[in-house]
Design a protein. Structure first.
Length: 350
């Protein structure tokens, strides 16, 4: 009889919930060394964006990113698919088109058989094929926990480049996937996720954010990012802070997986939700009538391969909504908030 391996039981974290807490990350990234001058570096460590961007000097720019994490699901093939889709998303979030990927693999070779690692890579290859790019190589190490991800390069016309710190006051906010996958993946790790919810979870986790490349061509799309480990609240906070603005989120308009609410009743919440909330709560305000306890559990919920968060000029809203509809995103055409002038609190939930 063959042994059934559940990958989530071999790691202490899961998916983008593995991210280091925002407040700790600030300390790690701070440098006392003088900043080097690279005129062709359009996006680097000076901002909290999704990828680095380098001007090629021919009207195009190179997008370079990497993303990897520990298993968010038990199945090795699905783990590879999810990790690949999540990494590629950073290119789409900058308005670009991916061109090439290489793999990053850490594997506990004495605990998990090599054929499972092969299945992880096969899953990644299948998603790379969907994105029309090669998985062209990579690097592997023997590690205590399974780790997988990709380093991805992409291209974008420099005038189509989208960043997360270029929103304008009055922009409306749209998103392309519902929240709650952190809650569902935690339920899976605890062995209580219903089969029908698992199917929906895998579907969302493996769906590419290809629409980002199309949205990058719209002048009225002022800013864009993907919603990942810091949750909607954290990535909205980064967009507002980087743009020197505030933001309002209309909680009743935020798309949420109804199945996630089922597990909230049993207080199934990722540890990373608490870390995110502790980093952002001082800059968050709530309006009257908001279910603060539920909002606390949902808005900082760490998303893996989450949807795009898009700041759109009101004059371009109809054009963006038409693109959503053409891509089967009819359920996400209504704004979830807007960018405002900076106030006492960076993000207001009403």
């Amino acid at each position: 009889m063959s042994t059934e391996y559940k990958l989530t039981q071999y790691s202490h974290g899961a998916g983008c919930g593995c991210k280091i807490a925002p407040a700790v990350l600030e300390t790690i990234l701070h440098s006392d060394l003088p900043a080097s001058d690279f005129p062709s570096l359009l996006v680097g460590n000076s901002s909290k964006d999704d990828a680095a961007v380098y001007d090629l000097g021919n009207g195009q720019a190179l997008i370079s990113t990497t993303d990897f994490f520990m298993p968010i699901v038990d199945d090795a093939f699905d783990f590879g698919r999810i990790a690949a889709a999540n990494a590629i998303s950073d290119v789409y979030a900058m308005g670009g088109t991916p061109t090439l990927a290489i793999a990053i693999l850490g594997w506990p070779v004495e605990q998990l058989p090599a054929n499972l690692a092969k299945a992880v890579l096969e899953g990644a290859r299948s998603i790379c094929a969907e994105a029309h790019i090669p998985l062209a190589g990579g690097h592997s190490i023997d590690s205590k926990e399974p780790i997988f991800g990709l380093s991805v390069n992409g291209l974008v016309a420099t005038n189509h480049l989208k960043q997360n710190n270029t929103a304008q006051e009055g922009d409306v906010l749209l998103m392309t996937k519902p929240l709650g996958v952190g809650i569902l993946s935690t339920a899976m790790k605890r062995g209580v996720l219903a089969a029908e919810h698992q199917t929906a979870l895998i579907q969302q986790l493996t769906t590419l954010n290809m629409i980002g490349a199309t949205l990058g061509q719209i002048e009225g799309v002022h800013a864009m990012t993907d919603i990942t480990g810091f949750g909607l609240l954290g990535h909205c906070m980064e967009m507002a802070e980087g743009s020197g603005l505030g933001a309002e989120l209309h909680y009743q308009q935020v798309p949420i997986l109804e199945s996630a609410r089922t597990y909230l009743k049993d207080r199934i919440v990722p540890d990373a939700t608490y870390r995110n909330w502790n980093s952002y709560n001082a800059q968050t305000g709530f309006g009257a009538g908001v279910n603060v306890m539920e909002a606390f559990s949902i808005l900082p919920d760490p998303q893996t391969n989450g949807g795009l968060l898009i700041a759109v000029a009101p004059t371009a809203l109809a054009e963006v909504q038409a693109i959503f509809q053409a891509n089967g995103l009819d359920a996400f055409t209504q704004p979830i908030g807007r960018m405002t002038a900076a106030g006492e609190k960076r993000v207001i939930i009403n």
